[in-house]
Design a protein around this ligand. Structure first.
Ligand SMILES: [Fe+2]
Length: 375
């Protein structure tokens, strides 16, 4: 974001105001946009807009525009009241992209060469509760890397709920507010066995898909049960470059995801790689356990399998896999629309507790903490 909020010159046509900033850049603001964003049309306390676009004139015409007291004063041919907008507010708008996410994303590099304890952000549960510079950095890196850790969370039942309170709002599902990941007899989900699980995102059969997942280690397995993580956005970008046909197929075809149990029937269709309006990757949903059968005679199903297998093959490549072993009291927090997780099989007792957090509540905290400019 630029710090330059000084305007050097103004010029205008009937339907357009142009501001030349002191760095030489120029921003154009349409007349309609200026009236829509006239501060007079906002309730001063909440800042929310009082008018609807249907209230705007068809083709407002600028008669004059001048700089006055750090504001642009615009007079209109066809409107009695002038519009006064602060230059600093206009300067903030110039940095906003035309569309797409303004959220910074830092792709992981060579995940195999990374050390989860060194290369990602860690705080103790106590440090996270104490809002400040450290917490701000933790949230900013969670936002940009999609993964961060908390240590020294008391290894007792339900402690996860206290630990996530500063991070976001719990998204309850049919698995409860908190779910226990351990091996049980006749499990309705393979997560509740001692089997290894391949890299996946959770619950793509749900709408909305849980935004963040949190796993708290109450009891590490004495044998096996290592955790793996992968940055699906990095894999998707790799596909875009190296296997563009597979990338296009995975972004342009929805696949069905399904979960059914005694008391629940969940179904949703979505592309494995979801793009935003600027063709940026905004979500990856991948879960081999819950993908429903593809329509067997659908045209292109063989091509789809080729693209799907290409993605799956990349998940198995060490360069994309961050491997670690969670200790008792460790807690991992990750963006479930981006970070894939896996575990190796285990033979001894192992107990994690997990919960989901709503995506917007966590990114709200990330944005609030990003207001600390000096980190
Ligand atoms: Fe999972």
């Amino acid at each position: 974001m630029t710090n330059d909020t000084r305007a050097k010159a103004l010029s205008f046509q009937a339907d357009l105001l142009s501001v030349v900033w002191s760095d030489g850049q120029q921003s154009d603001f349409a007349a309609l946009w200026l009236i829509d964003n006239d501060p007079l049309h906002r309730e001063p306390h909440s800042g929310q807009r009082l008018i609807d676009v249907a209230d705007l004139p068809d083709a407002p015409k600028i008669r004059d525009a001048t700089l006055k007291d750090a504001h642009v004063l615009i007079e209109w041919h066809d409107r009695a009241a002038p519009t006064s907008i602060s230059i600093s507010w206009l300067a903030l708008q110039r940095d906003r992209p035309a569309a797409g996410s303004a959220r910074p994303v830092r792709l992981w590099g060579d995940a195999a060469g990374m050390d989860a304890r060194q290369d990602f952000e860690w705080l103790t549960a106590t440090e996270l509760r104490e809002s400040g510079v450290n917490a701000a950095r933790w949230f900013r890196r969670l936002g940009s890397e999609g993964l961060a850790f908390v240590s020294a969370v008391p290894a007792r039942d339900g402690a996860i709920l206290e630990a996530v309170a500063p991070i976001g709002l719990v998204q309850e599902t049919n698995y409860g507010r908190v779910f226990d990941v351990r091996s049980v007899a006749k499990a309705e989900n393979l997560a509740y066995t001692d089997l290894g699980l391949g890299l996946h995102t959770d619950n793509p059969y749900r709408d909305p898909v849980p935004g963040f997942q949190v796993l708290h280690c109450l009891l590490p397995a004495a044998d096996g049960g290592d955790n793996l993580f992968a940055d699906s956005f990095a894999i998707a970008e790799h596909l875009r470059q190296v296997h563009p046909e597979a990338f296009v197929i995975l972004t342009q075809n929805a696949v069905p995801f399904h979960y059914h149990a005694r008391d629940v029937e969940l179904y949703s269709e979505k592309p494995m790689i979801q793009l935003g309006l600027q063709h940026e990757v905004i979500a990856v949903h991948y879960n081999n356990r819950s993908i429903a059968p593809l329509p067997p005679s659908a045209p292109g199903v063989t091509d789809y399998y080729e693209a799907y297998r290409c993605f799956a093959w990349h998940l198995r490549q060490a360069q994309f896999q961050l491997r670690m072993r969670m200790d008792k009291g460790d807690m991992v927090v990750f963006d479930n629309w981006r970070v894939l997780h896996a575990r190796t099989s285990f033979s001894a007792a192992r107990h994690l507790q997990g919960c989901y957090l709503t995506k917007d509540s966590v990114y709200s905290r990330v944005a609030l903490e990003s207001r600390h400019e000096d980190i």
